[in-house]
Design a protein around this ligand. Structure first.
Ligand code: FAD
Ligand code: SIN
Length: 528
């Protein structure tokens, strides 16, 4: 087996992974896609940053915590909000171009839950593309950063002190490669593909979350899954997003009769927190279609919102004259690998950043446009922490990896069985672990997903999706209250004692990579 030794291996090349690699230097970036793919590139609305004259990081942090349904951490919200201005200037110094007004000041958008206009954007609604263009170009200029694209991280390598020691991956030719590193950073993004309807691209399959669980790393609040209110209602997969910035510019949600039902539901109407708008659309859709009426934006629509314009045109709609059919779709995972304020996980030398992490910023409901910002701020923090904390090499006498990593085998993962099982998993998650949950549905989901795990175990992403689905469903079953994005029709009250779900799974059976030759593995039980 090929081995590579480096100071830091970063798994994932979205905004979080590349920010970390650029900050750290002397790093290997592993990406199962081409470099820079992931949700980041698809971001529309923008990056929240309190840079307006009427704004302050304190106000931004207050909004973040207020919307988080009692579980957002004030200290994390404060450090993220305070870091925004500097991170935006860093992106600009690398060549990012953001939209500005005639006076050269940032043109600031507004989104739900924000008390101020504070969303910095690029090319109207193509912010993620501009940010990722900038970051991938910056990485290409850095000889100290090696990028392994089309390389799939299977599982964490762990040394005999229980510290992260690298990652076992499959390269573009399907060969194993062991990357041994002093610091390991999981930046694998969210879990969107575990749901039938999602805005997330196909690569977002919760791989890092599942890897962490197999290695016994603590995860937090898996049940908090954000559903974006306005995906274009269609058979398309992923479901195209119609940015919340449209509602920030005055677009309305209407039923088939043209009635603005959100006005009856919440004082902030269409700009109520995202979980509330998404649920009301879900309920409204039980009796008929729901539309986004963005005709107020007028003739400038194609230049102000070019991404949504192109989406609409592709399905034969013109948002200047047509209302757009919408339904909610899975969008973001607030839960994730538990980290502290420096991105450290429960395993020494292992860090998590971006959507894969649960830093405590979002609580039970994320404020719009806070996740690109979180990836930028925490990417820089993790880079510094990893570089300063891991100056010695890991103990490499005996490196272990989850034995099931070697079950992944394209020949044994029969395509049709896998496709059927993944479809069944995604439908089960949507039907029973979606916007509105109850005990009977969640119990059914847990049983059904357990049964689906078997046909998925040979498939590199299927086994991760099964782990993600089971973990989200069991945590949702255990939370007998409604809070933020987690709504139980059988427990509608919010508990007076907010609590986090903290899971510290038993590590799975591990194999020793003796001399780093796969053929010479001796399998041992975890912790033996
Ligand atoms: P990602 O950008 O998803 O990157 C994950 C990376 O990990 C990818 O490179 C992938 O290839 C790699 N990877 C995954 N598994 C493996 C593996 N096993 N081996 C190797 N590599 C792996 N947020 C905002 O703040 N503002 C917005 O305007 C906004 N708009 C959005 C619009 C859409 C359509 C979507 C889907 C999301 C949007 N979000 C927005 C959310 C935001 O984009 C994401 O939360 C954020 O980009 C996540 O960044 P990340 O770096 O953590 O993960
Ligand atoms: C959007 O543009 O509506 C997405 C913003 C986000 O998810 O943060």
């Amino acid at each position: 087996m090929r081995t590579i030794t480096t100071s830091c291996v970063v798994i994932g090349s979205g905004i979080a992974g590349l920010s970390t690699a650029l900050g750290h230097g002397d790093a290997v970036v592993v990406s199962k896609t081409a470099l820079g793919e992931g949700s980041s590139r698809w971001a529309q609305g923008g990056i929240a940053a309190a840079v307006g004259n009427d704004d302050s990081p304190d106000l931004h942090a207050d909004d973040t915590v207020r919307v988080s349904a009692g579980l957002g951490r004030e200290t994390i919200a404060a450090l993220v909000a305070e870091g925004a201005g500097e991170r935006i200037e860093w992106l600009r110094s690398l060549g990012a171009s953001f939209d500005v007004d005639d006076a050269g000041e940032f043109s600031l958008g507004k989104e739900a839950g924000h008390s101020r206009h504070r969303i910095i954007h690029a090319n109207g609604d193509a912010t993620g593309a501009e940010v990722m263009r900038t970051l991938t170009a910056a990485v290409a200029q850095r000889p100290d950063i090696t990028c392994l694209d089309q390389t799939f991280a299977l599982d964490l390598l762990v040394d005999d002190m229980g510290q992260a020691a690298g990652v076992l991956a499959l390269d573009a030719d399907g060969n194993h490669v062991a990357i041994i590193a002093r610091a390991v950073v999981l930046a694998t993004g969210g879990i969107g593909r575990v749901y039938q309807h999602t805005t997330n691209p196909v690569e977002v399959t919760g791989d890092g979350f599942a890897m962490a669980i197999r290695a016994g790393v603590e995860v937090r609040d898996p049940e908090f899954v954000q559903f974006h209110p306005t995906a274009l209602h269609s058979d398309l997969d992923p479901m195209p997003l119609l940015t919340e910035a449209l509602r920030g510019e005055g677009a309305h949600l209407v039923d088939a009769a043209g009635h603005r039902f959100m006005v009856d539901a919440h004082d902030d109407a269409e700009l109520a927190p995202r979980d509330i708008v998404a649920r009301h659309i879900h309920w409204q859709r039980q009796s008929g279609p729901v539309f986004l009426d963005a005709r107020n934006i007028g003739p400038e629509f194609p230049t102000r919102f070019p991404t949504v314009w192109a989406i609409s045109q592709s399905v034969g709609l013109d948002p200047r004259v047509d209302v757009l059919p919408v339904s909610p779709a899975e969008h973001y995972h607030m839960g994730g690998i538990a980290t502290d304020e420096r991105g450290r996980t429960s395993m020494p030398r292992l860090y998590a950043v971006g959507e894969a992490a649960s830093t405590g910023l979002h609580g039970a409901n994320r404020l719009a446009s806070n996740s690109l910002l979180e990836g930028l701020v925490f990417g820089a923090r993790v880079a510094v922490t990893a570089a300063t904390e891991t100056d010695s090499s890991p103990q490499i006498d005996e490196i272990r990896v989850a034995a099931s990593a070697f079950d992944v085998d394209a020949d044994r993962a029969r395509e049709r069985d896998v496709d059927d099982a993944v479809d069944a998993l995604r439908t089960t998650m949507w039907d029973h672990v979606g916007l509105v949950r109850d005990e009977a549905g969640l119990e059914y989901a847990v049983r059904h997903i357990q049964a689906l795990a078997d046909p998925l175990r040979f498939h590199r992403e299927g086994r991760n999706l099964a782990t993600v689905g089971l973990t989200v469903a069991t945590s949702a079953l255990d939370r007998r209250e409604s809070r933020g994005s987690h709504h139980r029709s059988d427990h509608t009250a919010v508990s007076s004692a907010p609590r986090h779900t903290r899971l510290r799974p038993e590590p799975v059976a591990m194999c020793v990579l003796s001399d780093l030759h796969v053929g010479q593995n001796a399998c041992v039980e975890a912790g033996a």
